[in-house]
Design a protein around this ligand. Structure first.
Ligand code: AMP
Ligand code: MG
Length: 320
């Protein structure tokens, strides 16, 4: 069975194709604004502009034609409304034109499923870290349970906002990572974790006041050490609580070497398994939507609208 998946929740427009669950194409383009953050209508116009090329590139890579596709999948949410609409409209059009089924996929669950696929971990605790989302999740009784999450902004958003104040354009995460590698000077920062929940907005304000007073590399290093420690601590607590012995880290921030190193050390200390996700599949991509669409191929869905506030823990997981 051949599934084509479309991702368009935020900054990235992506098309992925899977053949019986095997990924055979994964093409994308990410909006990189010249200044400032992601503006919803700019994300949408980026996606409309790139959709034809990305779709064509994915089909060329796979050697397939649209008429060969058996099922279309799209990222239903959570996400930015104008951006979500692009993937929704394109996938709805294609499914009608080729008379094939359409599946709506929860974007967060797609990040989790692609991580399980590429790390080979069957039943891990999952730390999902991206621009807008930060959650500690595990599977229980036909759903993904959120054990802990950010009470305000996502960790990627914290890195992006801090980067922006340093003059680094979106996405700032990779540049903050490079800066952090140049420093070993730790500046004490607020560390806010309650149980398995975390909060970043106080930290964001605190760090904003250091810019200009401390070196950017020392700020980057201290910020990474602090927030990644909070997240690995929350993950360890979830692992202990539900006696799971493996961890995966997924989402755009999972491209970061330091968070993976911390995860690995924590897992080694508690004799648990850890394996990093390949960078290609860390951030938003179409392959994860196609793959999750494939897992959900037998679902009967009624509500195929976009769902901007779609929560991870509201989907019944009946393919596991
Ligand atoms: P996503 O929405 O899942 O694609 O994740 C995007 C977020 O990942 C943005 O906030 C990026 O700044 C962040 N990101 C990407 N690469 C890295 C990296 N190497 N280190 C930290 N954050 C990163
Ligand atoms: Mg994402």
């Amino acid at each position: 069975m051949k599934v084509l998946g479309i991702e368009s929740t935020a900054h990235t427009f992506g098309v992925g194709i899977v053949d019986d669950g095997k990924i055979i194409a994964n093409e994308r383009d990410t909006l990189k604004p010249l200044s400032g953050g992601i503006i919803p209508r700019e994300a949408a116009s980026h996606h409309y502009r790139f959709a034809p090329t990305i779709l064509k590139n994915a089909l060329d890579k796979s050697g397939l034609k649209l008429k060969d596709i058996d099922l279309f999948a799209f990222s239903q949410g959570p996400g930015i409304i104008p951006a979500l609409k692009v993937g929704y409209q394109l996938s709805t059009f294609l499914s009608k034109k080729y008379k094939k089924k359409l599946i709506g996929v929860n974007h967060c669950i797609a990040h989790l499923e692609i991580a399980r696929l590429y790390t080979g971990m069957n039943d891990p605790v999952m730390l999902y870290v991206s621009g807008g989302n930060t959650q500690v999740i595990t599977y229980y009784n036909k759903s993904y349970i959120v054990f802990g999450e950010t009470q305000d902004i996502g960790v990627g958003n914290l890195l992006d906002k801090t980067g922006r104040r340093m003059g680094i354009p979106f996405p700032a995460g990779p540049e903050i990572e490079k800066l952090a590698m140049k420093s070993k000077k730790y500046i004490e920062l607020p560390y806010s974790i309650k149980g398995m929940d975390v909060s970043f907005s106080g930290l964001e304000t605190f760090v904003s006041k250091l810019i200009g007073k401390e070196k950017n590399e020392d700020i980057a290093f201290s910020l990474q050490e602090t927030v990644f420690s909070m997240l690995i601590e929350a993950s360890e607590r979830a692992m202990a609580y539900c006696t799971k012995n493996s961890l995966v880290i997924t989402g755009g921030v999972a491209a970061n070497k330091r968070i993976n190193e911390m995860g690995k050390i924590m897992c080694r200390d508690r004799k648990a398994k850890f394996s990093p996700i390949p960078i290609e599949f860390a951030g938003d991509n179409g392959a994860m939507i196609a793959y999750t669409g494939y897992l959900m191929r037998n679902y009967k869905q009624e509500d195929l609208e976009i769902r901007p506030r779609f929560r991870t823990d509201t989907v019944e997981i009946n393919y596991r």
